[in-house]
Design a binder for this molecule. Structure first.
Ligand code: A2P
Length: 268
């Protein structure tokens, strides 16, 4: 993919793809998304993450990024935080179309459909950039084969941070490939914690006081009907996981599928 014209200063490490940035979209001064070309041989399961870096050092710094695009997409999409002094994101936030991004060749992760046993309903609970793996899963037809109802929750500090998720849901519902599958089955619940909006509060609070379920017209988590995927900060994972366990749900993995799975939303 690299042409002589790029004249990269450092060699591309072994086992790493060098891909070109296709587009970049900035949402706020803390959040942006970008799309890169997809290597022909690259395979992943929706919900997995890869290691992303930049060709700006002999030994580039890599950080884990959930793939936000579905596995049928010919490009790869990522949703990132911008940390002013973050070792990777202080540079990554400046990428432009045509630039080179490095990606290690193996995708992995626990937020995959294979790690959950069958049930009626799938809750995807996210905060901040933790929505990224779910952006992949809500666009994967397999999600709709496995579950009757898919609920994506996204909680952010303010309304501007919810934009990525709102655009995702709108685009998914209007998608020629999977729009029809989502009809009446894909529900979106958004809340903010630091700016007024129709639903306010941490998702943990809204689960505990029942506002989430009342708004959706569903019942509190139960191990017979519900499966849950969780992605956010360490503190958020711990707190939502405790609520899932309190409801009697068991944690699953690739090796031993069960009722809920967790993955931290990576920053740096
Ligand atoms: P809060 O504004 O009360 O901190 P961040 O951008 O810092 O990762 O936060 C994303 C969202 O996650 C914010 O709305 C934040 O709420 C919320 N949050 C932070 N910690 C937790 C937690 N332990 N449980 C649930 N939500 C949390």
């Amino acid at each position: 993919n690299i042409e002589a014209a790029d004249r990269l200063e450092f060699p591309i490490p072994a086992g790493v793809y060098a891909e070109r940035v296709v587009s970049v979209k900035h949402y706020t001064d803390r959040l942006f998304s970008f799309r890169i070309t997809r290597p022909q041989s690259f395979r992943f399961r929706s919900g997995e993450f890869v290691m992303i870096g930049l060709p700006n050092a002999e030994k580039p710094i890599f950080r884990a990024y959930s793939i936000a695009s579905p596995n049928w997409d010919e490009e790869l999409e990522f949703f990132s935080i911008k940390v002013p002094d973050g070792p990777l994101t202080q540079h990554l936030q400046k990428i432009k179309p045509g630039d080179i991004v490095l990606m290690r060749q193996k995708a992995t992760g626990t937020l995959v459909l294979d790690a959950l046993t069958p049930a009626r309903r799938l809750y995807m609970i996210s905060t901040g950039t933790g929505i990224a793996p779910f952006a992949s899963l809500v666009r994967d037809p397999e999600t709709y084969e496995k579950f009757e109802q898919i609920i994506l929750t996204h909680t952010c500090r303010d309304r501007a941070e919810l934009t990525y998720g709102e655009e995702l849901i709108e685009a998914t519902r209007n998608d020629p490939l999977i729009g029809e599958l989502t009809e009446g089955r894909l529900l979106h619940f958004a809340s903010t914690t630091r700016e007024p909006s129709p639903h306010m509060g941490r998702i943990t609070t809204l689960i505990e006081n029942g506002e989430l379920f009342r708004t959706l017209g569903t019942e509190p988590f139960d191990p017979v009907n519900d499966r849950v995927m969780i992605c956010g900060s360490m503190a958020m994972l711990k707190d939502v996981k405790a609520l899932a366990e309190k409801a009697g749900l068991k944690e699953g993995s690739n090796a031993e599928p069960a009722d809920f799975v967790v993955e931290r939303a990576f920053v740096g």
